[in-house]
Write a protein that binds this ligand. Sequence first.
Ligand SMILES: NC(=O)c1ccc[n+]([C@@H]2O[C@H](COP(=O)([O-])OP(=O)(O)OC[C@H]3O[C@@H](n4cnc5c(N)ncnc54)[C@H](OP(=O)(O)O)[C@@H]3O)[C@@H](O)[C@H]2O)c1
Length: 255
Amino acid sequence: MSISMNLDGRIAVVTGASSGIGAATAEHLASLGARVALVARRADRLDDLAARIADGGGRALVLAADVTDAAALREAAGRVRSEWGPAGLLFNNAGVMLPAPVEQLAADQWRHQIDLNVTGLMNAVEAFLPQLVESAAANGVADLVNTSSILAQNVLPGFAVYSATKAYVTHLSRHLRAELGGKDVRVSAIEPGIVGTELQDHVTDQGVRAWLEGSREVMEWLTPQDVAATVGFLASLPPRVNLQQVTIMPTRQAS
Ligand SMILES: NC(=O)c1ccc[n+]([C@@H]2O[C@H](COP(=O)([O-])OP(=O)(O)OC[C@H]3O[C@@H](n4cnc5c(N)ncnc54)[C@H](OP(=O)(O)O)[C@@H]3O)[C@@H](O)[C@H]2O)c1
């Protein structure tokens, strides 16, 4: 199998594009030739990223939107279609991790994670799936890449709700792959271990924060660019090849 890392002509949408994995992936996809629509709430960050992409010779479209707002995402999808045509790659990546022992009953944080990691992800599927199917019919392949986590597989006290949202993402991805493969839409779940991003800054539980700091002393965390390169690889594979699930871990992270 030969792989040409060239996404010329592809129209990509990245949710969670204002920082971390999403920002790095948007930049990487643009460097491979894709036009990239940037979705997140912080418009100023998206403007800066779009300017960097343009400086590098790429094309970006800023779509400031909250993915928990289904109507806003439908509107964003309409903008992509009217400006560029149907999207052929959705990196469905916006998410938040708010771990805490379950007995703290941090129900607001439970709801936040479910609203964003599950419902927000589904809102993006609703808004962009018709375009992926249309693009696959026209171009022979399209990609839906969902950001899950190694915690979709593993059990770690304190992470119950986050893990459960990511188990949803991985299992949903398997089902969607089976349903959409016949239409040449590839579906993949990416399951990263620890990646150094703003994700860790949102953690409020002091025990988990201390655990994260400790882990940084014994291993080199992944960078957002490591995950970005993986997404670029998935999208560059020949149309017949669909990596269903990719687990990407820091070498020294055991589980
Ligand atoms: N970092 C890790 O160790 C790790 C490991 C496994 C999986 N992941 C997953 O990777 C994904 C990306 O996280 P990250 O590590 O890159 O963290 P991050 O730097 O905090 O990025 C999260 C992104 O999601 C966006 N976002 C948050 N709420 C949103 C909303 N309501 N609507 C639209 N966008 C929203 C944020 O932008 P705005 O605030 O501007 O909206 C930001 O761009 C997440 O799904 C996370 O669960 C991360």
